[in-house]
Design a protein around this ligand. Structure first.
Ligand SMILES: C[S@@+](CC[C@H](N)C(=O)[O-])C[C@H]1O[C@@H](n2cnc3c(N)ncnc32)[C@H](O)[C@@H]1O
Length: 320
């Protein structure tokens, strides 16, 4: 069995075999590197700065493969999404646009071991021609070119879906925690409104909340990793997904009078990849809390949050 097939089976059918998943994804990374010419290692290449944020370099994009829990949960979510689409569009070849495919098309290539090219068609898009060329080399080397309907070098924040072909699913993982720096929001705001009503977007939903953390309780997770520390949720700052995709609005939150040791105001990111496949606080780098500031002494005061789009997207705040 090839490492591509083995790792796909491990990801899908042994979700708690963390050591096997870790080992398989590292072996897969060597395999992809040998075929694509892009290896995980020193970052010697460049990001592309777009009007909507940073498109990370090919080597950094390759690294995403070994962001273990992220990759595992996305692959399991996409697997369920493909099954749903096959039920919604019986007998049709499922066309998937991957906006920001990077050098390995990491979140789609595993499915070549489970479906034929008559069942799946990939539209592989990246703004970085070096990443796209690496993915082309990989697909040629692995004789997977029949899966590819088109290679597209374009900016996903302005790209228009083809008029002569239904796209059944769009995948884009172009984000950091709290939707900082990278263009995920602009990509979703451009692509989701263009999609067929039964088409799916992956991730299905991203939500950023403002919460008060007790640093001591957060650290206790080191001893009790499965315990969710008690936090004070001050509200959702922004949520975007397949169903609701409005541009961000200004949000006012209030620090309560009683906060006890919950002094650390942070932004938490929850991602529903698809259905019950979710990434929550601490599950991956995309879910690490983003600290805003200590709020003791500010009890009862209001804060105004604005998500600013543009070259450096992210939440900005000021006290009311
Ligand atoms: C975080 S990496 C993800 C790589 C891979 N898809 C994965 O999940 O492992 C993001 C990729 O999206 C591409 N990208 C970022 N912004 C883009 C944009 N506006 N249009 C097209 N591609 C973009 C980057 O060049 C990079 O290859």
């Amino acid at each position: 069995m090839s490492i591509l097939e083995q790792s796909t089976n491990t990801l899908l059918f042994k979700p708690t075999a963390f050591k096997d998943i870790y080992d398989d994804l590292h072996e897969l990374s060597d395999f992809y590197a040998a075929h694509s010419g892009i290896a995980i290692g020193d970052i010697t290449d460049n990001d592309i700065m777009l009007p909507s944020g940073k498109a990370i370099s090919p080597i950094k994009a390759a690294f995403c493969l070994v962001e273990i829990q992220r990759t595992a949960v996305f692959i399991r979510g996409i697997n369920k999404a493909i099954a749903q689409l096959q039920a919604s569009f019986p007998g049709e070849r499922i066309h998937i646009l991957y906006a920001g495919c990077g050098p390995y098309a990491t979140l789609l290539t595993p499915f070549t071991t489970r479906y034929t090219s008559n069942e799946l068609a990939f539209h592989l898009l990246d703004i970085n021609q070096i990443s796209l060329t690496a993915a082309q080399k990989l697909y040629k080397g692995l004789e997977l070119e029949d899966y590819v309907a088109e290679w597209i070098c374009a900016d996903a924040t302005t790209y228009q879906l083809p008029e002569d072909q239904t796209i059944h699913m769009v995948i884009s993982e172009t984000m950091l925690n709290a939707l900082r720096k990278e263009p995920q929001v602009d990509i979703m705001l451009n692509l989701i409104p263009q999609m067929h009503e039964k088409a799916l977007f992956i991730p299905q939903n991203i939500t950023v909340t403002a919460q008060l953390l007790d640093n001591r309780k957060e650290m206790d997770r080191g001893i009790e990793p499965y315990l969710t520390p008690e936090r004070i949720n001050l509200g959702t700052l922004y949520a975007i997904g397949r169903e609701i995709y409005e541009p961000p609005q200004r949000i006012v939150i209030e620090i309560p009078q009683e906060i006890q040791n919950h002094k650390n105001l942070s932004l938490l990111t929850d991602i529903t990849v698809f259905d019950n496949e979710r990434l929550s606080t601490y599950d991956s780098s995309l879910n690490m809390p983003v600290r805003i500031q200590e709020v003791s002494g500010h009890e009862g005061r209001k804060l105004i949050f604005n998500y600013e789009r543009g070259e450096k997207p992210g939440f900005k705040f000021e006290w009311a």
